[in-house]
Write a protein that binds this ligand. Structure first.
Ligand SMILES: [Zn+2]
Length: 314
């Protein structure tokens, strides 16, 4: 490009620039003047005031909205709090109900254990008392047996044992001191705890008295077939001498009677009457646990009224 054209172009550009600047300045000046003029007008002032009021109105409106939202939130929060407290109170009530139930159960268990403990203590105390009483009774019994001057036996021994106190007396037992029904008898058996007469059950045993259940056994042996009434007599005499020799050690004997009866519940019973209860008691105590002819002696006191009924009893 020739230098002259470039120069012209530059000049024109600068001219355009200057013109635009001039125009801008003129416009600004004009606007300032217009504003001045507007400000001077009362309508403009009113408009400005209105704008400011409008802005204030918007600000208040949005503030109110915010306040309302906050209030609503607070209400919800308060409701939630209240519900939470109700739930918590309900939970606490249920827990306290459970707790009191638990306490009640624990208390009942405690009471039950205490009751059991007391019962145990009570039965232990009674057992100890009974043992002590029994011990004292044994002591008294021993004194009574040892001292011939002592006329009174321990009061405990004055008791009578009854199997069925509410029932009528058993006729057989009263007459013979024996009953085929034993302790299962429905009538009443009365037995003294001390008497002059001792009953030793099944003391004398002999094959000739064993008719019934053992008959066959003996019948099969030749030995038994040859046994006679005389043999029985001799064997009994031997038994009598043995027994009386032993039983006299405890005191004077007035009567010695054996039941010559083959009935199983009467067979071989021996009644021994001593001159004193003291002697009978000595015999009773000493014969406990003793054996005769491989059998443990069954000794008890007897309140037999007459010999005849007993010894021939059926
Ligand atoms: Zn009976």
């Amino acid at each position: 490009m020739p230098a002259k054209r470039a120069w012209r172009k530059l000049v024109k550009k600068q001219q355009r620039q200057r013109r635009r600047q001039r125009q801008a300045r003129a416009r600004e000046k004009e606007e300032a003047l217009e504003e001045e003029a507007l400000k001077a007008k009362p309508e403009y002032e009113a408009w400005l005031k209105q704008q400011a009021e409008l802005e204030e109105f918007h600000r208040l409106a949005s503030e109110r909205l915010r306040a309302e939202e906050e209030e609503a939130w607070l209400r919800r929060e308060a409701l939630a709090q209240r519900q939470f407290q109700i739930d918590r109170a309900k939970r606490a009530q249920e827990e306290s109900k459970l707790e009191s139930l638990r306490l009640q159960q624990a208390k009942e268990l405690e009471e039950e254990l205490e009751k059991q403990r007391k019962r145990r203590e009570e039965s232990k105390r009674l057992a100890e008392e009974a043992a002590a009483e029994f011990e004292a009774m044994l002591q008294r019994m021993q004194e009574y047996m040892d001292d011939s001057e002592d006329r009174t036996p321990p009061a405990e021994l004055r008791r009578v044992v009854e199997t069925n106190p509410a029932e009528k007396l058993c006729e057989f037992y009263t007459r013979t001191n024996c009953c085929r029904y034993g302790n299962s008898c429905t009538f009443n058996h009365r037995r003294p705890m001390l008497a002059k007469i001792l009953l030793i059950r099944h003391f004398f045993t002999h094959p000739l008295l064993q008719v019934g259940e053992t008959h066959k056994e003996y019948a099969s042996t030749d030995e038994h077939l040859e046994l006679t009434e005389q043999d029985l007599r001799n064997d009994y005499d031997e038994f009598f001498n043995d027994a009386i020799g032993e039983l006299q050690k405890f005191g004077k004997i007035l009567n010695f009677r054996a039941v010559r009866n083959t009935l199983p519940h009467l067979r071989g019973h021996v009644f021994v009457e001593y001159a004193q209860e003291r002697f009978a008691l000595r015999a009773f105590v000493n014969l406990q646990g003793r054996y005769y002819a491989s059998r443990r002696l069954q000794v008890e006191f007897s309140n037999l009224k007459g010999w005849r009924g007993a010894v021939c009893g059926t």
